[in-house]
Design a protein around this ligand. Structure first.
Ligand SMILES: [Zn+2]
Length: 231
């Protein structure tokens, strides 16, 4: 997707995001694989922990479903349902319960009409459109280099939308983790001495969103530099 970009001037703007992205991925997989092996003291599975948090918040009708794949856990605001990957659904590890509580945190945000979540949801259609447009611009730019430079203004506008989406994702993710830790402790689903382990898993996951945001900001800067150079 970024081929045309890599060949352009200021290609080195891609390096910080790339390094941070690789670091975040490595950190997440090592942290997750460590805490997936550490069971919670009360033996609750991710699904049970999520159920408890949702029920206590009055969301008794919200389904908690199992979904295939690795770390595919998510909250679907349109279906108003929680989806947990098999290992977190059935697992009773600190990692499983932490991830399940994080996704429950998104449901709590939705119930509380947390503004950044609503802004992010509102941005989904335009961001999807921008992503398609961006891929089209890169594809066209790869074959017709002149085209890319001619439509740099449009490219910047399109990529600004994508960057703003990455930006608004950060408070949503950090807040969901904050709510997760709060509920896990308040409801006694994990003990105080287990909280640091949960935090490490959730912080490692959050780092991947920070890396995505940094990547986007640098790509946007690259586009701006290309356009300034041309003027
Ligand atoms: Zn999340």
């Amino acid at each position: 997707m970024m081929l045309g970009f890599i060949l352009a001037d200021y290609w080195w703007f891609a390096i910080p995001g790339l390094i941070l992205g690789l670091y975040a991925q490595a950190k997440l997989s090592s942290t997750y694989s460590k805490y997936i092996r550490i069971p919670t003291s009360n033996g609750l599975t991710g699904a049970q922990a999520a159920r408890e948090i949702l029920d206590q918040a009055g969301l008794v009708n919200m389904p908690v479903e199992e979904v295939g794949g690795h770390l595919t856990d998510h909250y679907d605001p349109l279906k108003k349902a929680l989806f947990l990957s098999s290992e977190n659904y059935h697992g009773n590890s600190l990692a499983a319960v932490g991830v399940a509580a994080h996704e429950s945190g998104h449901a709590l945000q939705h119930k509380a009409a947390y503004a950044p979540l609503h802004l992010r949801m509102a941005m989904v259609p335009i961001t999807q459109f921008a992503s398609y447009a961006w891929q089209g611009i890169l594809l066209a730019g790869f074959f017709f280099n002149a085209f890319f430079y001619k439509f740099l203004g449009i490219a910047i506008a399109v990529f600004t939308v994508i960057t703003l989406f990455q930006l608004i994702t950060l408070p949503v993710e950090f807040d969901a983790s904050r709510r997760a830790k709060q509920q896990l402790l308040r409801l006694g689903l994990v003990q105080a001495n287990e909280a640091p382990g949960v935090s490490k898993v959730l912080n490692a996951a959050a780092m991947t969103y920070v890396a995505a945001m940094v990547t986007a900001v640098f790509q946007l800067l690259q586009l701006v530099m290309l356009s300034r150079n041309r003027d």
